[in-house]
Design a protein around this ligand. Sequence first.
Ligand SMILES: [Fe+2]
Ligand SMILES: [Fe+2]
Length: 216
Amino acid sequence: MATKKEPTTGLRKLLEDQLADIYFAEKQLVKALPTMVKAANHPELRAAFEEHLEETKVQVERIERVFEALDLPAKPKTCPAILGILQECNELMEEFADDDALDAALVDGGRKVEHYEIATYSSLCAWAEQLGLYDAAGLLKENLEEEQAADEKLSGIGEEVIAATGPDDEEGELVEADDDDRALAGQRAGKRTPAAVSKRATNGSARKTSSSGRKR
Ligand SMILES: [Fe+2]
Ligand SMILES: [Fe+2]
């Protein structure tokens, strides 16, 4: 005769709760990533999102295997955090749709997602190990490592994207802005660099670009 399951408590309850949370988050990401793939301009960024979409589908399956290992039905629990991050990402995609900083905005949104996932999977792995649930811990670790790799990849692509959307060098403005930035850095560090000295001599007229390097 089947016995009624006792409600869980403590770390086991927390594990089940956050497993349902990340299950919801991953399913949302399977829906959201195709939009990010379409929006990305940089070929490496597009490829990274495409690759992570495929990984995310596998991650969903792994979570279902974790539920199975815990003898639980796979049931998502609404994760307001991922909904908020994705909403912010959607807003940026709209706001920067025709702007050359769109890819930088997408890298930012993608990395915010990865950091949320990394935090959750790190906790889940630690709790599963503490509870002696080694099969579950192994599966969760696989997801964690994919998120860490995705974050590193996005971070590298981010550097390229920023370089590609940097200031133009029309009429030598790039050089002047660089000197100006070095002068300011020197002043902050309490040093008087040659650039800082010449900046004072020219009374700050060199700065024609904003701090992001884009012309105003
Ligand atoms: Fe994921
Ligand atoms: Fe991810």
